[in-house]
Design a protein around this ligand. Structure first.
Ligand SMILES: C[S@@+](CC[C@H](N)C(=O)[O-])C[C@H]1O[C@@H](n2cnc3c(N)ncnc32)[C@H](O)[C@@H]1O
Length: 420
C-alpha cells in the first residue's frame, strides 16, 4: 500500500524518531547548560578578538583541534555577543561575516565524515585528518590562526609530554594575541569521587566509558568500549604552560579557567565512578528544560556524601550543594503557596537571610519574580515551560558564580593568550 511504503520510508530516514532532550549526547543539559555556560564564559574573549581583528580590517581564522563531528563549530558560532535584551534579535560573537575560515582537525575519519556532512555547503569550513600525538605538524602548511580551540574534553587524550608539544606548536605557529582554548576533564568532579585519591602531582588517566548514552536497562548488556582520558587540575595546566614558555620563549597568558558541569556531570547517571552518585539527577535536570514535562523538584536536591580525607573538596561541594538545595527548597515553597487565580503568593515567602551568598540570594529573588510574573498564565503550562527551565538557568548561574575553576566539574576549560 502506498501509505505503508511512505511511512516506512519516512521511518527509515531516522528523522521519524521521537525527539527528546532527556537522554543522549545532545540532551537538554548539554544544549541549555553546558554549551551555554561555555559560551557565556568565552564571550568576553571572543568579543575582544573579533573587535581587534575588525579594527585591523581582518576576519578570524579558527583551528578546531579534535573537532570530532564539528560540535566546536556550533559551539563557537552559537556564542552571543551579549545577553540579548527582550527585543533585540540575537547577535553572535562570531558570525559568517566575521569568520574567514574554520578548519577542523581530527584523527577519526568517521567523525570527520560526519562533520563534513553536517556542514556541507558551508564554503568556509574545511576538515582534515591529523594525529596530534607528536605535536601539530599539520600547522606547518597553514597560515596562522586567531583561535586554536578544543572542546568537550579533547585535550584529555594527551600526556604532559604530548601537551607540551601541542602547546609549543601552537605558540610557534600563532601570531601575537591569538587565543587558545584547552578543554580537559576535571580531576575532582563529584561524578568520579571514587577516583579522587590519585596523587595530584602524577598524571592520572581514568578508564572512560561512554556508558551514559545508553538507557540504564541496556547499560549492562551493551559491550561498551573504554579508553584512557586524563583528569586535570588547573595547577597541572599551569605547569604545562610554564614548560612551553621556557622551551619557546613565548609568553602564554592564562586569561580564565572555568569548571563546567559541577552540578550534574554526565557520569552521575551511571554511578560508574561514584557509588553514592544521585543517578537520577541528570535525567531530572534534563526534565527541567523539557517542554510540557513537569518535574518533581524535590528529586533535584543532592545529598552530598563527603569522602574522608578530602576536606577541601568536601567543603566546596557541601557549600555548593547546600546552596543549590536551598534554592530548590525556596522554589518549592513559593510554588506551594502561589495562588494562580489571584496571581500572587498567599503568604510571605520564607525569609532570605542576608548572610546567604549573593548568587543564592539573586537566584531566589529571580525565581520569585519568575513565579509571580508567570504563574497566573492560563495556557502553555507556565510551570513546565517557564518556571522549571528558569530554575535550570538559575542553578546554572549558581554553578558559574560559585565555582573555583580548578577542576571540580566534569570539564576544566582554560583560555590562554599568546603574547609575542
Ligand atoms: C572528547 S572528543 C571531542 C570531540 C569534539 N571536539 C566535541 O566537542 O564533541 C575528542 C576528539 O579528539 C579526537 N582525538 C583523540 N585523539 C586524537 C589524536 N591523537 N589526534 C587527533 N585527534 C584526536 C577524537 O577522535 C575525538 O573526536
Amino acid at each position: 500500500m502506498a501509505e505503508t511504503k511512505a511511512y516506512s520510508q519516512a521511518a527509515g530516514t531516522g528523522k521519524y524518531e521521537k525527539a527528546t532532550g532527556l537522554l543522549g549526547k545532545y540532551d537538554n543539559v548539554r544544549r541549555f547548560w553546558e554549551d551555554q555556560l561555555t559560551g557565556i564564559m568565552l564571550r568576553p574573549y571572543l568579543n575582544e578578538l573579533t573587535d581587534r581583528k575588525h579594527k585591523q580590517l581582518k576576519r578570524i581564522r579558527i583551528a578546531d583541534l579534535g573537532c570530532g563531528s564539528a560540535d566546536g563549530y556550533d559551539l563557537i558560532t552559537g556564542v552571543n555577543r551579549e545577553e540579548p535584551g527582550i527585543y533585540d534579535f540575537i547577535t553572535a560573537a562570531v558570525t559568517p561575516e566575521t569568520l574567514q575560515e574554520y578548519v577542523g582537525y581530527d584523527l577519526n575519519e568517521d567523525l570527520l565524515e560526519q562533520a563534513r556532512e553536517h556542514l556541507s555547503g558551508n564554503g568556509k569550513v574545511r576538515f582534515e585528518k591529523a594525529d596530534f600525538s607528536d605535536g601539530l605538524k599539520m600547522l606547518e602548511k597553514e597560515a596562522p590562526f586567531d583561535l586554536y580551540m578544543s572542546s568537550y574534553g579533547t585535550m584529555s587524550h594527551f600526556t604532559n609530554e604530548q601537551l607540551v608539544k601541542i602547546f609549543r606548536d601552537i605558540c610557534l605557529h600563532a601570531e601575537d594575541g591569538a587565543l587558545i582554548i584547552g578543554d580537559w576533564l576535571g580531576r575532582y568532579s563529584y561524578e568520579w569521587q571514587d577516583l579522587w585519591h590519585h596523587p595530584p602531582d602524577e598524571e592520572y588517566f581514568m578508564d572512560y566509558r561512554i556508558s551514559y548514552i545508553y538507557p540504564e536497562e541496556e547499560r549492562d548488556q551493551a559491550d561498551i568500549a573504554s579508553f584512557d582520558l586524563r583528569l586535570m587540575t588547573r595547577e597541572e595546566c599551569i605547569n604545562i604552560i610554564k614548560r612551553v614558555e621556557q622551551e619557546t620563549g613565548v609568553t602564554i597568558k592564562p586569561l580564565h579557567f572555568f569548571d563546567r558541569s559541577i552540578f550534574v556531570g554526565r557520569h552521575l547517571s551511571t554511578g560508574d565512578y561514584n557509588r553514592h552518585a544521585p543517578r537520577w539527577l541528570r535525567h531530572q535536570t534534563n526534565s527541567l528544560f523539557e517542554g510540557y514535562t513537569r518535574t518533581d523538584l524535590s528529586t533535584l536536591m543532592v545529598d552530598f556524601v563527603p569522602r574522608p580525607g578530602f576536606d577541601h573538596l568536601n567543603n566546596f561541594y557541601e557549600h555548593f550543594f547546600m546552596c543549590c538545595n536551598t534554592l530548590i527548597e525556596h522554589t518549592i515553597a513559593m510554588l506551594r503557596n502561589y495562588n494562580c487565580r489571584k496571581g500572587e503568593l498567599c503568604e510571605r515567602p520564607p525569609e532570605v537571610p542576608p548572610y546567604y551568598p549573593e548568587p543564592l540570594k539573586d537566584a531566589i529573588h529571580t525565581m520569585r519574580a519568575v513565579i509571580e510574573g508567570s504563574g497566573w498564565l492560563d495556557w502553555g503550562d507556565p510551570r513546565a515551560n517557564i518556571i522549571e527551565p528558569h530554575l535550570g538557568y538559575s542553578l546554572r548561574k549558581m554553578e558559574m558564580d560559585l565555582q573555583p575553576g580548578t577542576g571540580v566539574g566534569h570539564s576544566l576549560v582554560g583560555v590562554f593568550q599568546v603574547v609575542k
